[in-house]
Design a protein around this ligand. Sequence first.
Ligand SMILES: Nc1ncnc2c1ncn2[C@@H]1O[C@H](COP(=O)(O)OP(=O)(O)OP(=O)(O)O)[C@@H](O)[C@H]1O
Ligand SMILES: [Mg+2]
Length: 152
Amino acid sequence: MILDNKLNITDQIELSKAEERLSKQKAKEMFDSGEIAKVKVDTFEGLAFIHAYLFDEIYDFAGKIRTENMAKGDFQFAPLMYLEPSLEHIDALPQSDFDEIIEKYVEMNIAHPFREGNGRTTRIWLDLILKKEIRQVVDWNQVNKEEYLSAM
Ligand SMILES: Nc1ncnc2c1ncn2[C@@H]1O[C@H](COP(=O)(O)OP(=O)(O)OP(=O)(O)O)[C@@H](O)[C@H]1O
Ligand SMILES: [Mg+2]
């Protein structure tokens, strides 16, 4: 099953390629334009802003909470009925050091608020919090994808 999209693409490989290209382009534009500097980044509101910015040209659900239950591998993300309360809980989590920030990131991964694009959006969100709180960011080029997924 392929996701309905604004590009009217019906082939999954073609959609994945277009999505990757567009979301990367939009991510760069979000930083270059200074738009991201105007947003309060460390809450779900900031995360939704990033998601909307990256995916608005591709999906109607850009920036919007998913409306179905989701799993990846054998891991079930937050059930729909607990999603909004869990986002409120995550907003209030502390973020004063590296461990707290990573814990907040992991909780947001478990919430998995969007139908698609959670990884890309939440990695940017993580970096913005790290930068704000401890003046460091992740060099994602040094992160092996399999090890990252296994850690998540
Ligand atoms: N088995 C799993 N258990 C927990 N989290 C997982 C699992 N598989 C994937 N994830 C998380 O979900 C993210 C992928 O979610 P989604 O497909 O919505 O995001 P994406 O941006 O499209 O993908 P990607 O992160 O691969 O670029 C991964 O980056 C990882 O953080
Ligand atoms: Mg994906």
